[in-house]
Design a protein around this ligand. Structure first.
Ligand SMILES: [Zn+2]
Length: 106
């Protein structure tokens, strides 16, 4: 569960790899179009992870420290992926053909 940035209600985000569902994600409470915020922390954490791999080769004590930190990083990344933050999707450019559902002229 994560929060809608527009109305602060809980929104159930689709599965992380379900790109199609993400494309059409709309808040069920206020109908705001939503998209996933890029988890920017993941990339530097991955870099740090690789540094820890190198650290782990420098001796037994370093290996233990590296292992603990790697588990911590793994959990942070996992949480970030499981609880994505949402942001409002920018409105689409105006369609060239408007559907006139209500039958009223604009
Ligand atoms: Zn909402």
């Amino acid at each position: 569960m994560t929060k809608c940035p527009a109305c602060d209600h809980d929104v159930a985000p689709p599965f992380i790899l379900n790109a199609d569902k993400w494309r059409w994600l709309v808040c069920p409470h206020c109908a705001a179009r939503l998209e996933r915020k890029n988890p920017q922390i993941v990339v530097p954490l991955m870099g740090f992870w690789l540094a820890l791999l190198a650290l782990g080769r420098m001796g037994h004590r370093f290996a233990i420290i590296a292992e603990v930190l790697m588990i911590a990083i793994f959990i942070v990344i996992l949480v970030k992926l499981m609880r994505p933050e949402l942001q409002l999707r920018k409105p689409l450019p105006k369609p060239e053909i408007k559907l006139n559902i209500n039958g009223q002229s604009n």
